[in-house]
Design a binder for this molecule. Structure first.
Ligand SMILES: Nc1ncnc2c1ncn2[C@@H]1O[C@H](COP(=O)(O)OP(=O)(O)OP(=O)(O)O)[C@@H](O)[C@H]1O
Ligand SMILES: [Mg+2]
Length: 270
C-alpha cells in the first residue's frame, strides 16, 4: 500500500492510468433523446457525454425520470438517439447494419430489467437458454450452457422449475444468467434490485459484483440505492437528462482494481 496516496504513483496507479487511456468500451457523445413532439415533447436525455473503461463497474443514479433507463437503452442499442453518438469498443453503433445490430444486442451486451421479464411458463433453463436458441443454437447444448449458468448464479437445482414457481430474488438470478449466457462484454442492469427486499438486494448486488470480476465484464447498474452505488468503481448522477458536472470523466475510485483515492486520471473522453 502506498505510504502517501496523494503523491506516490504506484504500479497499480500506472495500470489504472494506462487503462484509462485505452479505448473505452462504452462512449457516448452529445446524446439527446426526445420523446414526443411539439407541446408533448419530453427531453429524456439532453446532451450526455461519458466514457466507461473496460472492466469498470459504474453505478447510474438520479431521481425518477432523470433518464437512467433511456441511457441504458441507448447503450444497448435497444433504442436510437435523437442526436449524438454511441460507441462500443470504438465502433459507432449507428453505422452497423440491421444484422450486425442484432448480433450486438444478442452477444455484445447483456441486459437485466428491473422486472426480470422471464417467460412465466418456461423453465428457468429454457429462459436462460432463450438468447442462444434465438441465435440458432441447438437445443441440447443451449440447455447445457443454461444449466451451467444457473449453477453459477446459485440455482443449479432449480433449472427444471417454471419461472412462475420461483421467488422474486430467484427470478432475478435467472434473468442475470440469461443476460450473460451469450458471454457479452458489457452488462447493463436497470434497477436490478428495485423490486427486492434488503437481503435479496444485497445478495443480488454481490452476485453482480462477483460475475463482473470473474467474467471481466464492464457493468453499468442503474439504481436508486445510494449505498449500493457507492460500492461501484464510479457513480454517474443524472438530473433532468444531464450528467452532473464532471461525471462523464474517468475518475478512479477505491475498488481493488485501481488504486485507492479519488484523484482524477486523464479524461476518458477522446
Ligand atoms: N417511450 C417514452 N415515451 C415518452 N416519454 C418517455 C418514454 N420513455 C421515457 N420517457 C420519459 O423520459 C424521461 C426519462 O425516463 P426514464 O425512464 O429514462 O427515467 P428513469 O431515470 O429511468 O426513471 P425511473 O427511476 O423512474 O426508472 C421521463 O420523463 C419519461 O417519462
Ligand atoms: Mg428507469
Amino acid at each position: 500500500m502506498a505510504s502517501n496516496a496523494t503523491t506516490t504513483v504506484t504500479a497499480q496507479d500506472a495500470i489504472g492510468i494506462a487503462r484509462a487511456e485505452e479505448t473505452p468500451l462504452l462512449r457516448v457523445e452529445g446524446l439527446r433523446k426526445v420523446f414526443g413532439s411539439g407541446g408533448a415533447e419530453v427531453k429524456a436525455l439532453d446532451g450526455v457525454s461519458l466514457s466507461i473503461s473496460s472492466g469498470e463497474m459504474v453505478a447510474l443514479v438520479g431521481p425518477s425520470g432523470s433518464g437512467k433507463s433511456t441511457l441504458l437503452h441507448l447503450l444497448a442499442a435497444l433504442d436510437t438517439p435523437t442526436n449524438g453518438t454511441v460507441y462500443f469498443d470504438g465502433n459507432l453503433l449507428e453505422t452497423l447494419g440491421e444484422r450486425d445490430l442484432e448480433n450486438f444486442r444478442s452477444s455484445a451486451v447483456g441486459f437485466v430489467w428491473q422486472r426480470h421479464q422471464l417467460l412465466a411458463d418456461f423453465t428457468a433453463a429454457e429462459n436462460v437458454a432463450m438468447p442462444l436458441l434465438i441465435r440458432g443454437a441447438a437445443g441440447r447444448p443451449a440447455l447445457q450452457t443454461a444449466q451451467e449458468w444457473l449453477t453459477e448464479v446459485g440455482l443449479g437445482d432449480r433449472a427444471g422449475h417454471r419461472a412462475s414457481e420461483l421467488s422474486g430474488g430467484e427470478q432475478q438470478r435467472v434473468a442475470i444468467a440469461r443476460a450473460l449466457v451469450a458471454c457479452p462484454r458489457a452488462l447493463l442492469a436497470d434497477e436490478p434490485t428495485g423490486d427486492l427486499d434488503e437481503a435479496n438486494t444485497e445478495s443480488i448486488f454481490e452476485l453482480l459484483r462477483r460475475l463482473h470480476r470473474s467474467h471481466h465484464l464492464t457493468s453499468v447498474l442503474a439504481t436508486h440505492n445510494l449505498y449500493l452505488a457507492e460500492r461501484a468503481d464510479r457513480v454517474l448522477s443524472l438530473e433532468h437528462g444531464l450528467l452532473k458536472q464532471g461525471d462523464g470523466k474517468f475518475t478512479r475510485r477505491a475498488s481493488g482494481r485501481a488504486a485507492s483515492g479519488t484523484s482524477s486520471a486523464p479524461e476518458g473522453l477522446g
